[in-house]
Ligand binder design. Structure first.
Ligand code: PMV
Length: 308
């Protein structure tokens, strides 16, 4: 038996603009994990069992574009084990799906690592991330690569598409409350709509993306410099810019406003938008109060996480 886990993630700053080469910041959320367990079985072939999403299939029966199947096939090819048979792959995940918390990515990373472990052929983080990126393309169409990077390295990252990744040193830990609108949202559609709008109005969109990118850049300096409490206003500004590119929603705006009114230092939507999650920066002692207010305002669930 071989096992591997991978964490969820949130984007702190820079979503959407990151697709066009601007910087973004993302952090792992270790309270929520995907876990993959591999066992030998007597029957031929490979069985993929994902009870949380009511799936139990033979690999051979799945289309090449099915993300779980593609992850397994791409990994076996990379490990030169394409003809492997007699395996069961059990996937469990506590990460809510389609909510910007990286559930699909975490499952991919855990599958890749579990298979590499099973075959005793270790992969580097870079190889794991590159394999997970192949699956991201199936989920998202034109992903920036930030999700597979932060989930693979499981550390805070400052990410610019096409550049070597930078692990962010968090000089002073800070607390984030995550609130889930409970509305599933397609990152693929949000990214596609932004692309269409950008095509119609390139100057305006480039100005907005540059502003988002410079917020991410400033946030990096504050985190490295041990001044995370100053990130609040940047979150508010980033949220306003995301509203301008039309990826927020009334439910996200409502939770963001609720968090601010409950004493958060700043708040914004996180990830693809239109639904999914929002995040709020809080003083540790206020985390419980803000989480409670979010619940009362309609959040389906909340997570309090410390960024270190
Ligand atoms: O997977 P999500 O919903 O957290 O969004 C990823 C962030 C985007 O910038 C919207 C897309 C991307 O590929 O970077």
């Amino acid at each position: 038996m071989s096992k591997a886990t991978a964490p969820g993630k949130i984007i702190l700053f820079g979503e959407h603009a990151v697709v066009y080469g601007h910087p973004a910041l993302a952090v792992p959320v270790t309270q929520i994990q995907a876990e993959v367990r591999i066992d030998r079985i007597i029957s031929a072939g490979i069985r993929i069992n994902a009870p949380d999403i009511q799936r139990n299939d033979k690999l051979d029966a799945l289309a090449p574009s099915q993300p779980l199947a593609a992850t397994v096939r791409n990994t076996l090819t990379a490990l030169e084990a394409g003809s492997l048979s007699g395996l069961s792959i059990l996937i469990r995940s506590k990460i809510p799906v389609a909510s910007g918390l990286g559930s699909g990515t975490a499952v991919s990373v855990a599958i890749i690592r579990a298979l590499a472990k099973h075959l005793k052929k270790p992969l580097t983080d870079e190889q794991v991330s590159a394999l997970a990126y192949k699956t991201e393309k199936l989920y998202h169409g034109t992903p920036s690569g930030i999700d597979n990077t932060v989930v693979t390295y499981a550390r805070p990252v400052y990410f610019v598409k096409g550049r070597a990744i930078e692990i962010l040193q968090v000089k002073k830990p800070f607390t984030i409350v995550i609130g889930d609108t409970g509305i599933p949202a397609s990152t693929k559609e949000a990214v596609r709509d932004v692309r269409t709008q950008r095509h119609k109005n390139p100057m305006r969109y480039e100005t907005l993306f540059s502003a988002i990118g410079s917020i991410a850049h400033t946030a990096r300096q504050l985190i490295k410099g041990g001044m995370p409490e100053s990130l609040g206003p940047l979150m508010n500004e980033n949220h306003a810019l995301l509203r301008s590119i039309k990826v927020s929603s009334p439910e996200l705006d409502h939770l963001v406003e609720t968090a601010r009114a409950a004493g958060a230092l700043g708040a914004k939507m996180s990830g693809g938008g239109r639904g999914g999650n929002m995040i709020a920066l809080v003083q540790a002692k206020k985390a419980g109060t803000v989480a409670k207010s979010l619940k009362e305002a309609g959040a389906k669930s909340t997570i309090i996480t410390k960024i270190t």
